[in-house]
Design a protein around this ligand. Structure first.
Ligand code: HSE
Length: 403
């Protein structure tokens, strides 16, 4: 029998307990052993909950219980999650977590400890919730050199952008609705400013290249500047607007990463990913294009991935599943040097001549009832775009075009 301690009995922690208990028989068959939840750590009590007697308030009880084999961390945030997880791994206990902040910051360190202690630190649910993406990257695609990862990595913002696109709503209106439906948090900055997607693309990129990509190094923009009018132009260009977490190589030894809203063609595989769904598009130099799609958040989809990690920990008890993520820093190339096209909107008082003098030849885009100058630049460096844009004080928005 395998004893599990679950840290955090919020949405995901409760989901993991539910998955392990509901599917106990089928999980036992697949794991080859019976898995039992022995402790649940939470500051709160849960009177009336069927698992109320398992709740403890002090991590020491779990630390000192020699019968605990696996720790599931669903507390979120860096501390005290990091201290508890590190302690468990140093004791030789495997850990499964859904915590992207923890993994993005300490993934290399915690994998290193797991390796040394012949146990496992698994985190399939930390990116894309229920979507299998960590195992594909670290197991199925290891024969490839990864040339691009482009992900819709945040369900809240994808829900908001889908609403804006389909119903013509403006940002504030759709944020309020997302909050009422419980998708966006009361303090939604991590989602709408792109910080959540930033941690997720940092994790995927670190795994793709086997080194530590610090999320602070990734240029990150959220969706707060996107308006209903942007979607009118997008439709005219047969494109849609998605918040993408991207990392890619340019074939000349440069690696780039960024999180920002981008215009992608209607026929791009990511264009059909709507509402709270997530998807990750991965291009390898041998396998070509692959895509992984599903629910990137939510109680049971996320818990399903955590519980599957628990099964893997049981299947590999006493052995370490090799995962390469060294602490050496993964250096990104200067973002200003990358070349692409830009969609720009500015006040109508500027002449086309002035625009082209600054940006070079542009393609003007017009939509009904919007009086302004809107255009797509030619291919230019990010630094060149900003140099040109600095000549104007009436730029209303700029969205990068992903081609
Ligand atoms: N806030 C995240 C999202 C939750 O909306 O995708 C899952 O990480």
């Amino acid at each position: 029998m395998i004893n599990v301690a679950v840290l955090g009995y919020g949405t995901i922690g409760a989901g993991v307990v539910q998955v392990l208990q509901t599917n106990a028989d089928s999980i036992e068959q697949k794991a080859g052993d019976k898995i039992v939840v022995k402790h649940i750590l939470d500051l709160r009590d849960f009177p009336g909950d069927p698992n109320q007697d398992l709740v403890v308030h002090d991590y020491k009880i779990i630390e000192e219980d020699e019968d605990v084999n696996i720790v599931v961390e669903c507390m979120g945030g860096v501390e005290p999650a990091h201290t508890f997880v590190k302690t468990a791994l140093l004791q030789g206990r495997s850990v499964a977590t859904s915590n992207k902040e923890l993994v993005a910051k300490y993934g290399a360190e915690l994998i290193g400890i797991a390796k040394e202690k012949k146990c496992n630190f698994l985190f399939e649910a930390s990116v894309g919730g229920g979507i299998p993406i960590i195992r594909p990257l670290t197991q199925c695609l290891t024969a490839d050199v990864i040339e691009e990862i482009s992900g819709i990595l945040n369900g809240t913002t994808n829900y908001m952008l889908t609403k804006m696109e389909e119903e013509g709503c403006d940002f504030d209106e759709v944020l309020k609705e997302a909050q009422e439906k419980g998708y966006a948090e009361l303090h939604p900055e991590a989602d709408i400013e792109g910080y959540d997607a930033c941690r997720k693309i940092a994790i995927l990129t670190s795994l793709a290249y086997g080194k530590q990509l610090d999320f602070e190094d990734i240029h990150t923009e959220g969706i707060t500047g996107i308006s209903a009018e942007d979607f009118l132009y997008a439709r005219k260009m047969k494109k849609c607007i998605k918040l993408l977490g991207k990392s890619w190589t340019d074939g000349r030894g440069h690696l780039y990463a960024m999180v920002c809203p981008m215009l992608i063609d209607d026929h791009h595989p990511l264009a059909g990913v709507k509402d709270v769904f997530n998807a990750i598009f991965v291009h390898g130099n041998m396998v070509d294009d692959t895509m992984f799609y599903g629910r990137g958040a939510g109680k049971l989809p996320t818990a399903s991935a955590v519980a599957a990690d628990v099964v893997d920990c049981v299947k590999h008890m006493g052995t370490h599943i090799k995962m390469i993520w060294e602490p050496d820093k993964l250096e990104l190339s200067d973002f200003g040097g990358f070349e692409r096209k830009y969609f720009v909107r500015m006040g109508e008082e500027v002449s086309l001549e002035e625009i082209e003098k600054a940006f070079g030849p542009v393609s003007v885009i017009e939509v009904e009832n919007v009086k302004e100058k809107a255009f797509v630049t030619g291919v230019m460096k990010e630094s060149g775009y900003h140099k040109a844009a600095d000549k104007f004080d009436n730029i209303r928005s700029m969205i990068r075009i992903d081609e």
